[in-house]
Design a protein around this ligand. Sequence first.
Ligand SMILES: *Cc1c(COP(=O)(O)O)cnc(C)c1O
Length: 797
Amino acid sequence: MNALNDVSPQSLRTRITKHLTYTLGKDKSHASLYDWRMAVSYSVRDIVIEPWFAATRKTYEAQGKRVYYLSLEFLIGRILGDAMTSLGLFDTVREILDDEGISLWDVIEDEPDAALGNGGLGRLAACFLESMSTLACPAYGYGIRYEHGLFRQKFENGSQVELPEDWLNQPNPWEFERPESRYTIPFKGHVEQADGKSVWYAAETVYARAYDMPVVGWQGKWANTLRLWGAHPTEMFDLERFNSGDYTAAAAPEALARTLSRVLYPEDTTESGKELRLKQEYFLTSAALQDILRRFLSEYDDLSLLPDKVAIQMNDTHPALAGPELIRLLMDVHGLAWEDAKRIALGCLNYTNHTLLPEALETWSTWLMGRVLPRHMQIIERIDAEHQSETNCAPDLAIVQHDHVHMGTLAFVMASHVNGVSALHTDLMKETVFAGLNGVYPSRIINQTNGVTPRRWVRLSNPALSKVLTDTIGAGWESDLDRLADLAAHEEDHDVRDAIGAAKRHNKVALSNWVGEKMGMSLNPDAMFDVQIKRIHEYKRQLMNVFETIARWSAIRANPQGDWTPRVKIFGGKAAPGYFVAKDIIHFINDVAKTINNDPVTADLLQVVYPANYNVSMAQRLIPATDLSEQISTAGKEASGTGNMKFTMNGALTIGTLDGANVEIREHVGAENFFLFGMTAAQVQDRYQVTDHARQAILASQPLQDILQMIAEGRFSPTDKGRYLPLVDAMWNHDPFLVASDFDSYLACQAQVDRAYTDADQWNRLALRNIAGSGFFSSDRTIKGYMADIWDTKSLA
Ligand SMILES: *Cc1c(COP(=O)(O)O)cnc(C)c1O
C-alpha cells in the first residue's frame, strides 16, 4: 500500500530523465525550467498512481460508502510542492535537481496556481479533499474545469485591474482527460407527460467531460480524485440544425459549451443574476449525479441502497439543484416513484451554509428557472408543496416566494443535515436566517467548525517552524495535530522559545527578500509584520486597519523620537470586479501606502505593503512570516474564516473580534494570548438600532475625526483631492459595518499589541501558546466530524 517503498533516489532520478527525454522530447542541455517542471511533475505523479489505484480497488472490495463533495470552487493552488511533501520526496528531488544545477524552488514557482475559487469557500474544499485522502475516506471532489480561474490582479496607479488567468495555456501535468466519461447535460425546451412519466425534450445540450486529478494524502497512503468537468459541444445536434440551414443556431451549442466552463464567477458573496451562472450550477450538479449513479449501478442494482453507499455534500447553495436533479434522474431515467425518489435523495444529501449575509443567499426567478430547467421547476414546486403541507410552515418559509426560488430553503429542505462552519455561525443560523426552518425541522442543523490542512499550511509553507516542532515534540504532528499541545510543556525552555522566534525571523527575512525583488521595497525584518490578507469586503473591515495605519503615521510624525514599535503593515486581496466600494478601498490602501512610504520622517517605523494578486501561493509565503494576524470583521458577519487558523498554526498572534472561528481560536489558545477588541455579535445588533451610530462614534473619537479630516483634505490623493470624499461621507452617514463604533477599541488594542511586541521573549512565549492551541483547527478534525455526524462513513486505512 505504501507508495514510497520502492522510491529510491536513483529510480526517481531515472524517471525524471526519462520524462524529460521521452515525454517532453528534450535533451538536458536544452531543457528549460518549464521542461524540468513538467518532467519532475510527471515523475511525482507516477508515484501517486499506485496508491490512487489501490484506493479505488480497496473501496470496491470493501463496498465502502463514498463521499461526493460538490463545489463550484476548488482553490487548490500549486500541486507539485504539496505532492512532494505528502510523499516525503522533497529532499530527494532537491538533491537530484541540485546536481543538474536547477533550483527546486524555481521549479515549484514555475507552476501556475490553480485558482478555481474566490477565497475561503473554495480553499476549504481543497483542504477537505486533502484531509479525506489523509484519512483514507473514499471520496470524490466534483467541480468545474474553468479554463480561466479567478482573474489575475494588478494595480495601475493604485487601482485594481483584472487580467484573465490562463493557467491552462500550458498543459496541466496533474490531470487525466477521460473522453469516455462523458454525460449529456440538457437545458431548456419543454416537458411532456407520456404513460404517467415526464419526458423533458431539451432544446440545448452540452457534454460534460471528466478531467481527473489525483489528490494524495499524507505519506502517500491513499489518494482520492478531484473530477473536474469541462464542457464540450454535442456535435450531432449541430449537424441537424446545420442541415436545415440554420447556421447561427448550429454554432450556438459550440458557443454555449465553450462558455459554460470558461470562467469562474468572481463573486465571493453576492451572486450574479446571469443565466450562465445557473447553467454552470446545473452543469456541475447533473454531471456529478449522473456519474454517481453510474458508479453505484456498476456495483449494485437496488437504488434504495443509495443512501447507504453515497453521501453527497453541497458546498453552499451553488449545487442545490442536486435535490431536484437526483429526483429527476431516479424518476424519469430509472423509473422510481416520487416518494421513493425523494426519500432516497434526502437520504444522500447534505448542505453546508457559508454565510448569513442576506444579499448572498441565492435566489432565481421562477421565470429563469422554468425556462432553463423546466422539469426542475416542476419538481421544485412539488417539493415545496409537500414541504409546506407537511410542516404547516409560515408562507415565508416556502421555497418559492414572490416568483423566486430560494436556493437556501431548497437545499435545507432536501438535506439530511445542514451544517454551519463555526460554533458562533451555527448558533446565528438557528437564530436568524434559518430560525423558521430550524423550528419545523429540528435537529437538522449541526455545527462542523472549519479547519485547514497542516500539510500545506505548516509543513510545506513553513519548513523552519516544522523543524522546530519535530525537534521539540517529535515526528508525526502533521497527521495528529492535537499533538501540538505537547509544546506547552516546553514553554519554560528558553531554547524552544528562541527557536520559534528564530524560525519566524528566518521567514520574515525570506519575505523581505521577495518584497525587495518584486516591489523594490526594503523591509525591516525586525519590525512587527502585521498582516491582513483576504478578499476585500466591507464586512472584513480593511478600512479600519488603514485608518489605524493613518492614526499611527500621524502620531509618529507628531513625535518622531517617541518610543514606537516599528511595524510593517501588509495587505493582500482581490475585490470582485463589480464591487465598486471594495475597489475604492484597494485604491485607498495603495494611496495611503504611497504617501506613508515616501515620508522620510516615519520610514524606519512604518511601512505599508500591498503586493498584487493575492492567491494561495502568496498566502503560503506571507503567513509564516506574520507576527500579527488581523481578523477584525464586524461580529456576526464572518461565518468562520480559515485564514485566521493558518496564522495561528504558524505562530502569529491574532488581533480580532469575537466573530466566526475567532471565538474558538481564542478559547483554544487562551484568552490571555489573544488580542480581543470590539463589540460582540449581540452588541452589534443593538448598535444597528442607533440610527446615527456612525456620527455618534466619530464625534466621540478625536483620532477618527482627525483621520477623516486628513482624508477629506486630500492628503492621500494630492492630485485628486476629492477622490475619497464619498468614502468620508459614507463613514459619517452610513458605515454599514460599524468601523467607527469599534474604532477606539481597536486603537487601544493595537497599543497593547505594540507594548507586547517590545518584549521579544514574551512574544515568543505567546506565539508558542498559539501554536500549541491550534491543533483543533486541522481539517482532519473537521473531516472526522463530517464522517461521524453527517456522512456516516468509515476510514478504509
Ligand atoms: C485561506 C485563504 C482564504 C480565506 O481567508 P479568510 O481570511 O478566512 O477570508 C482566501 N484566499 C486564500 C488564497 C486563502 O489561502
